[in-house]
Design a protein around this ligand. Sequence first.
Ligand code: C2O
Ligand code: CU
Ligand code: CU
Length: 524
Amino acid sequence: MKRRTFFKTAGLGALAANGLLSSCGRGNTSRAAKPDPDFIPDIEINLTAKPGRLQILDGPETGIWHYTGEVIKGDANALTNLPDTWVGPVIKARRGQKMRIYFRNQVDQVSIIHWHGLHVPPEADGHPRYVIKPGGEYVYEFTIMDRPGTYWFHPHPHGKTGPQVYRGLAGLFLVTDEEEEQLNLPAGDHDVPLIIQDRQFSPDNQLIYIQNRMQQMLGFLGDTVLVNGKSGYTLKADTGVYRLRILNGSNSRIYKLAWQDGTPMTVIGTDGGLLKEPVTRPFLTLGPAERFDVIADFSDRHPGDELKLVSLPIPGVDAGMGMMGRGMMGGTNRNVPENGAAFDISRVKITHKANNRFQLPSKLSDFEPLSAQDATNSNEPRRFEFAMGRHMQWTINGRTFEMTDVADYEKVKLNTTEIWEFINAGGDMGMMGGMMNMPHPVHIHGLQFKIFDRQIDPRFAAAWDALKDGVVDHGRKDSFLLLPGARVQVALRFEDFSGLYLYHCHNLEHEDMGMMRNYRIESG
Ligand code: C2O
Ligand code: CU
Ligand code: CU
């Protein structure tokens, strides 16, 4: 009822074809394609995407793509290549530092890098309109303005993000500052990334990706969980305290991450950096692209102990998809565990004693509140409905991605705070009916928002009930899981940069199908 009116209104916006104009005016490729002599970087990095081969499973090596990098100016520790894996490198920078990154594309498809979660100018954000050809180079220049925390980077060419991330292109971008350093959080080999991804391998150990449009609609799910690009990943640890930087780098799988023995998770940070104070959760809800910084204290453990990180079952998260949907897909995916299936993720093996006396501070970080009261549209939030469209196509407000298209309701003003409301309307309207009730991991580029309200349609309560105790909305976020029947309100502030940014579903197959749109920040 409501929905029909809404779509009609949204349709009118399509008449305003000003997307093109904006791309000529602001989408200035040359600005970022060559280094700016007036920009003096603190850190300069070469980062190359290229094909390679890796021993991942026993037997033949797996053909992969990966990023490798080197620091050419500034602190040599600003970049670490992780050995024998496709994930990485890990880039580390301080707030306020100026970065120049030369991205070189040596894979045989167009590509571009997006710095997921970082607040950078539009021309440094990796919008698909900036893709470079094989052999090409793109120069990124930006100042780190972000709060200390765990960000990441990955390719963002339209229609190819899913397969490129899948083949191995993804790294971490860690930000620190003085405030964080005073906390003396676990560092060095006690600061450990845990990048969780799922994959599927052929009998000769080659990566298998989606095979057809039906699989694309559902999103890729693998049967093998890899951590940091390794199957059966084991962290060898002492009895000290660790900072685990957990990223769900999977294309579409959701995890309900827990210590198998029930030890609670101590969370110090989420997508947008450190929380004000630590919180504990029985488990962590990790939709694609979400991050958690966790403190793991092994001081009660003993050498020889083994702990397991598992993903607990999530009943109902793939409602309607599980049986009918996945069954229909055919092909190799048929025997793959459904989204929400239980998995072993990794192990921690305590190898020796340590006298690490780390005390977790009760206050972590101070930052300005971002509150709904400051919003210019508190009475009528902008609404974004994530749903299956009439033509078996994932849509946002009935639309799919067009390179520079911006609807009227996708234009916002610089230096304002707004409320955006996201609705997962499932597929009631389509002929597939309830089969299209899938979770959509929503992501907004260019900023960190505050989630301040979540509602769930009681008919879909099962998945939310299974996941809600693992959600942390205290801090800043750039991604969150929009479950079927959910309505989520966020407060966001548009600052510093005007221009074109993306918002999209971070189920990478949905994104590639066009469940992605531009919004434009307009100055004055
Ligand atoms: Cu991590 Cu637009 O994506
Ligand atoms: Cu992003
Ligand atoms: Cu989606």
